[in-house]
Design a binder for this molecule. Structure first.
Ligand SMILES: C[S@@+](CC[C@H](N)C(=O)[O-])C[C@H]1O[C@@H](n2cnc3c(N)ncnc32)[C@H](O)[C@@H]1O
Length: 219
């Protein structure tokens, strides 16, 4: 489709000031890998006709904005972040790119979890995945963007048990993982909830081996 070309461009963040990235995660290789995975999944996603999409930990909002643009206005797109400056930045990113996204300030999806039970068709998470001391996790500031604690999984591991309750029967979950996160353990934890895992895309970015993995219910 000729008109589709602009859909795949990275959402603009030209509204960012030089100081915004002191407080908010600047889109980087991991963010772009998620965009590439979503582009690769376009046909699958469009054929699902998702009505509710959620990104946990939206940062600048480029991923949920990209998804909103791919899916069009019939998909209600909501995102969360623990960092108030990220939630505000994401709101501006949506506006600059002419899509409606709805940032919510909360831990993981705590503020919306009850209402969204069984409703989420597409869930995204590019978590803080770097292996760090546990004391650096969940500060709410810029360190919350990368500090993942033990195995880089402390934040991811808190979201995993909630995924089954959030997703609709046909819902899918896209997660960024680093090799050090021991993805086999994530796969096992999700298998216990009835999900199967596939790898959508893998890339080496500097010293990081990153992948986007996808979970859907075993039918
Ligand atoms: C690696 S950054 C990804 C940002 C953006 N999604 C992207 O791909 O560019 C991780 C984001 O998760 C947020 N975050 C960390 N812990 C969180 C938590 N417990 N609940 C919600 N958001 C969290 C951080 O503030 C940060 O914006």
């Amino acid at each position: 489709m000729a008109g589709d070309k602009s859909l795949f461009s990275t959402p603009t963040v030209r509204h960012a000031t030089s100081r915004d990235y002191d407080d908010v995660y600047e889109p980087a290789e991991d963010s772009f890998l998620m965009l590439d995975a979503l582009e690769q999944e376009l046909d699958v996603l469009r054929s699902m006709k998702p009505t509710v999409c959620v990104e946990v930990g939206c940062g600048s909002g480029v991923c949920i904005t990209f998804l909103a643009r791919l899916l069009g206005p019939q998909a209600f797109c909501l995102c969360t972040d623990i960092n108030p400056k990220a939630a505000d930045f994401a709101r501006r990113t949506g506006r600059e790119n002419n899509v409606l996204i709805h940032p919510v300030l909360c831990d993981l999806c705590g503020a919306v979890e009850y209402r969204l039970q069984g409703q989420v068709d597409v869930l995204l998470f590019n978590p803080p995945y770097v292996v760090t001391p546990s004391s650096e996790v969940s500060s709410g500031g810029i360190e919350a963007s990368w500090a993942g604690g033990v195995k880089g999984r402390e934040v991811t591991d808190r979201l995993l048990p909630r995924v089954g309750r959030l997703l609709s029967p046909r819902g899918v979950f896209y997660l960024i993982v680093l090799r050090e996160n021991v993805v086999e353990e994530i796969e096992t934890a999700m298998k216990h909830q009835g999900f199967t895992m596939t790898t959508v895309i893998t890339r080496k970015a500097g010293r990081e081996h990153l992948s986007v993995v996808k979970f859907h219910r075993v039918r």
